[in-house]
Design a protein around this ligand. Sequence first.
Ligand SMILES: [Zn+2]
Ligand SMILES: [Zn+2]
Ligand SMILES: [Zn+2]
Ligand SMILES: [Zn+2]
Length: 441
Amino acid sequence: MAGALQETSRLLKEHLRLAGLPDDGQLWAVAQSPLGGRGLVASRDIAPGELVFYDVPLVLGPRAGAHCPPVCAGCLQGFEALLPCSRGCGLPVCSSQCESVPLHRFECQKLSSWGVRTNGSWSRELLRASTPVRCLALSPTKRQVLQCLQRHGGSQHAFEVDILKQKTEKGPSTEEEAFMRLACCVMDANAFETAQIPLVKAVRTEEGTTPSLRGLYPLASMMNHACTPNTRHGYDERQRMAVRAAMHIPAGTEITNSYTSLLWGTTARRYQLAVTKHFLCACSRCSDPQEGGSRLAALRCLTPSCQGSMFPTEPLDDESMWECELCGCQATGRKAAITQDVTTQKLELKERLCREVLQLLETLRAGQCRLRGLLLYELHCVLMELRARRGRDSSDATVQDLGREALACVQEAAEILAGDITAPVDIELRLSTCRRDVTTA
Ligand SMILES: [Zn+2]
Ligand SMILES: [Zn+2]
Ligand SMILES: [Zn+2]
Ligand SMILES: [Zn+2]
């Protein structure tokens, strides 16, 4: 086992070296994980906000989902109108320049040599299946990196290869097919959905969603899942991923990442993880009926006169009974969930919602997570609006307080979201405007 960990570590460092990323002062080590299998541990104390590592994609390409908006095979942007590549590969491009970008050249030649059956047009199916073709371009070392990653088995993975065989005359060789199937299983287990590069010419497509890509980030994929992770990650315009500490990470602690939503209740999180990642999470948050005191999954008690909330008695068991904390009445999870009256839910003001969710994140000890950054930004916007409506009379104490809090919010938000291309576009502008307004008021 120690030998295998060393070999994995060597391959990951080689991957970073090939990408030109320095590994001096390395903050992570590959180690046996108490969460199961391998993981990354902190090799020294890491401060909140500190960069743990950068990673670059070994492979980057279109996502395989049937409803993923199409992208240009050259620049990977979404466009209203895409044209078939004139070299006859059956993939869409946005312009003739994009036909000859290196990212597309390899798959273009490969697909053409297999003889695509698309009658001169481009195929959405072929585009969905194109990322594994890109994996065939990997050098022997990069193939080794891919092969050292964990993978999912089962025939539902690698359906992309079946599409490729249906859509081409000759199809891949036996050896190519085997490697692409393996690559699909590795990507299904490890790929990240990356942010799309926000260009002015890129548009929202008919589905109303912005195109996104899948990227295989070998080092980042070593992080195990925790429902309250100690890192956050973001992408820059070159699709490089930065992983930062969301809280203090003591030396020797496992470095974790969440594969699901921080604000979903345990049942929803565990279900999603089971379906998409094939494991049943048993982290400390999942094992606690009240999720660290956040009471996120609480359901109102079914007894009409009772003001209590119901929680699962065995949170790690899907069939668990739910029990009221006050009157002790019990019901199945299904019964408790369907009797909740959703029509009486009142609308919350944006400010209150922001504060509540921020409070919740604190209770979850989520640290300086990305969501905190986004919420602080939203709260800042609300406070500035309130301040504007009350007038800028600097002698009014509440107006002064609003301004001071708005500034503190946007300062921290900008700090958390620094270098993240998916951050609100006007955050820096708001920071400088607010700083000037509040300090001169
Ligand atoms: Zn393009
Ligand atoms: Zn082409
Ligand atoms: Zn969990
Ligand atoms: Zn009750």
